[in-house]
Design a protein around this ligand. Structure first.
Ligand SMILES: [Zn+2]
Length: 417
């Protein structure tokens, strides 16, 4: 709040938003809407030089370059180890700032920056003793909102990039939505999507992106909405509008981004056999050797070879679901009948064994012993919220929705939660 106030300077609109913010703060979770404004910190008289650690750099080399004596280097290394648990520098990651009161003066302060949110400051006392302290950088987290639309011939990725969503955030959104939709078949021109995500600022400057807070996609089966929420036990997850777990127990598309080459059908002409027979699964094109992740957590109940499926694995999941993966080139090491697998764990690799015209994954979902269409079957959620958490979630969701409503009107604003 303190930081944020600095950002606000004037304007009736901003004032109105502040009033709204105060009102919303009263509603369980605080929400503040702000207008973006750059706040550059003023320069001071100190002389600073920043060194980005490169491969081959050592602390002693860098210190000696700055004019430190061997004795200083030893002392600094000692306090760094004992007080900050730093024993070596990481190339392409760590930065060191050398601060002098004046350009001609020796270094009076060294700041090691191992992450944007942590600094280790080393100073020399009047008695000539080196000491260090770790400072956690205060971060000012702002939630920003981006919307996009799929255009003709577009992919979700292209549309997302065009909407200005950073690649890392987009990848997370993709993974979240992959539980609910198939990007190959469910994406159409005209569909709109939106993402609310965090940007972390320090001293008015953006440092990095934070977490995805809310996602919405106009999918063919209806709007998909997900909200990130922290339960009272401290665990976070994504939930739909009603507080049901948005992360499903099974993935419709085990291999992200794989193109569907043949869909589920009760009658199709078999590409190898030539006559018409049902296709009890979905085929995803992928090159030989592509890892096949388990669509959900479960236990391997079959692993073997047959003429049709080639090398295949069958997994039994919670409840009444089983999944089957066929035409594998090989099985993953250690995955045998009886192995418990996690969602996303590699169970084998794409191949073209059995009745197959080329490398692909044939994927089946079997519900209560009956084959169902992986693309359309209603999948169970992993965990729903308890009564108390659900009430909290619904309040929190309301706050997020109100914030989103404001940001829809003012895309260059941000909110603070
Ligand atoms: Zn198939």
């Amino acid at each position: 709040m303190k930081k944020a106030k600095d950002i606000i300077t004037s304007g009736r609109v901003v004032y109105a938003i502040l009033v709204l913010a105060v009102l919303l703060t009263v509603i369980a979770v605080g929400l503040v809407v702000f207008r973006h404004m750059g706040t550059e910190s003023s320069s001071d008289s100190e002389h600073k030089s920043l060194v980005i650690v490169e491969s081959g750099d050592t602390l002693s080399k860098l210190l000696l370059d700055q004019g430190f004596t061997n004795n200083d280097v030893l002392q600094i290394a000692k306090v760094l180890k004992s007080d900050a648990d730093i024993t070596s520098l990481r190339a392409d990651n760590d930065k060191i700032e050398f601060i002098r009161l004046d350009e001609a003066e020796p270094v009076s302060k060294i700041v090691i920056i191992p992450s944007p949110w942590r600094q280790v400051e080393i100073t020399c006392t009047d008695a000539g003793e080196w000491q260090c302290k770790t400072v956690d950088i205060e971060r000012d987290t702002r939630a920003v909102y981006k919307t996009g639309e799929i255009l003709d011939g577009d992919s979700f990725y292209l549309a997302g990039m065009r909407a200005g969503i950073p690649a890392g955030i987009l990848a997370e959104v993709y993974d979240l939505l992959a539980f609910e939709m198939d990007f190959e078949r469910d994406v159409r021109a005209g569909q709109k999507f939106s993402v609310l995500y965090e940007e972390n600022f320090s001293d008015g400057k953006k440092v990095d992106n934070g977490r995805v807070l809310a996602v919405e996609f106009e999918a063919l089966r209806g709007n998909v909405k997900m909200y990130r929420f922290k339960k009272s036990d401290g665990k976070t997850g994504y939930y739909d509008e009603n507080g049901n777990g948005a992360i499903k127990s099974l993935k419709r598309t085990p291999i992200n981004n794989a193109k569907v080459t043949s869909s589920f059908s009760n009658s199709r002409k078999h590409p190898v056999l030539g006559y018409t027979r049902a296709h009890k699964g979905v085929d995803f094109r992928a090159s030989t050797g592509t890892p096949i992740p388990s669509a959900g957590a479960g236990r391997v109940v079959a692993r073997g070879y047959n003429k049709g499926h080639g090398n295949y694995i069958k997994i039994r999941h919670n409840g009444s679901y089983e999944t089957l993966y066929a035409h594998m080139s090989r099985f993953a090491k250690g995955v045998v009948v009886g192995t418990n697998v996690k969602q996303g764990q590699t169970i084998g690799y794409v191949g073209s064994t059995g009745l197959s015209t080329g490398p692909h994954l044939h994927y089946e979902i079997i519900k209560d012993g009956k084959h169902v269409n992986p693309m359309t079957v209603k999948l169970p959620a992993i965990s729903n919220l308890g009564k108390e958490d659900k009430e909290k979630f619904l309040e929190y969701r309301k706050v997020l929705d109100d914030g989103i409503e404001q940001l829809e009107k003012h895309p260059d604003w941000f909110i603070q939660l």
